[in-house]
Design a protein around this ligand. Sequence first.
Ligand code: G6P
Length: 622
Amino acid sequence: MCGIVGYIGTRQAYPILMDGLHRLEYRGYDSAGCALLSDNNELNIYKAKGKVADLELLADKQDNSGTLGIAHTRWATHGVPNEANAHPHASQSGNLTLVHNGIIENYVVLRTQLEAKGFTFKSETDTEVLVQLIEYTMNVTGADLPTSVRQALSKVIGAYAICVIDRRHPEQLVAARKSSPLVVGVVPDHTEFFIASDASPIAQYTKTMVYLNDEEMAVCQCGHQLSVTKLTGEEADMEVKEVNLDLSMLDKGGFPHFMLKEIFDQPAVLRDCMRGRVINNPYSDGDQLSVVLSAVTDHRKELLKTRRIIIVSCGTSWHAGLIGKQLIERFCRIPVEVAYASEFRYNDPVIESDDVVIAISQSGETADTLAAIEQAKNHGAFVFGIVNAVGSSIARNTDTGVYIHVGPEIGVASTKAFTGQVTVLTMLSLALGMAKGVISQKDYDETLEELIHIPEKIERILKQNDKIKQMAARFTYAHNFLYLGRGYNYPVALEGALKLKEISYIHAEGYPAAEMKHGPIALVDSEMPVIFIATHHVLYQKIVSNIQEVISRHGHIIAVVTEGDEEVAKMVDEVIEIPSTLECLDPVLTVIPLQLLSYHVAVAKGLDVDQPRNLAKSVTVE
Ligand code: G6P
């Protein structure tokens, strides 16, 4: 959580920093701030409670000149969101200023020690301790900024990505990280450097980027090559990458919200996700399709010897994992466990060295998922990543993996990443099932043939947007929703409920439809909207019986049904039709109307869809 940006160079820093903060606002948006070293060497710090726009209202009118600056958008951990707790934080003398993403676990001890040395604190944050500690180290040792940062960080327990400047040294910007992401953008002649929590604020200025590794520090000095060292002081192996971000993905493209744009992006990005992976089989005469994933081809040995797969993930990615379990067990006949990464890491899990652990993450930065990966690696398991953010920590810390390639997802509520993850899990289970020789050729061919038609089927569902919008307006009164589905659609029920909770603040529960009678049915009355995913598959008649049970209790039913369904349509209050598909591919279709429904309920309630309260898109703290 929290986004940080830094700039040193020849241009005015302020517009670059503000633009960068807007791009990083998905990481936190309860307060924001910036520090600029002005052209006449004044250090100006501006902070505002609220969003980046609130900061701009304040700072636009002030002296915001200067070619060196740092900025921050916050998701509060220590201390309520207010001006005092907003970053940047300055040191006692006012010489050093710092922005931080992460959590300093031993901040109380450090603060007490610093207070004993005469330091006073203006905020309740763990971050202020960092900047004071660097200053204290500098005072005691007389060392320069990079050395003092390094020495101070050796005393710190926790997670951090920091940017720090010293007003006496306008030629220098120092950044360091441990367990929180940080990217440095460089231009060929070293006249300017860009620092950010991810590549999106940098991409419009340079494609050349260095992703700092854990416990590394970067010193940016104009006219000099970027210096990257380990926090121990040794030279680091700096890997310079060419990062190609599709910049059109970073704006709303005419849609009122990123979430709606990302819902509508799905047909195109799922085509991207399959591009070059689902191909015409070069060895067949006809149009036979085949799925080729280099991660599977290159790691056959590790993948084929496994007797168990463990999927670790959080939030929406965990729901995709539940679908992945069903796909892999069906097509590969390998038992799969799905764990919340946050539970897995502390449960003393039994991990064998021949296990394969699949980590699923949109951001590639989720702290709990990263920790679960670490644990799996320590036990010798082979770790496979399914990640969206290219170059992210999870992508770099896994043994191999498949990018979902759906482009940056900005709306806090995940939509296209979910369908991308399920698409990759489908391709993975087919490729692995074929490599193991356990999937029938018929299942393989049929599923791939259907998979490539999914994008156009999503396009058909999206045409019902207006109808779903009108439907949503009728539910703004609700305080509770129940989402019910079975089999492959049970995780979709969970995901539909999560979407509604996240952005409309309506309590919603997802349940396996048949479990309803063991508890949730007690909640059903005429005030309770109940969403059934009742598509035409093997458990259809069973779901019809569950629907009857809710009708008897006067629940208001919305059913997601297969096109042409007449039976359920006659029974329920509202229906949303989706094109028919194979049961195992249902989730990528059935989730679409649920995404749209929660979006429109939230809009009808006048809520901030892209930045819902208390949430952040990238959860880089425990
Ligand atoms: C946060 C986001 C969710 C996301 C979850 C896991 O809670 O708001 O949308 O599903 O983190 O994130 P990841 O990036 O690991 O998929």
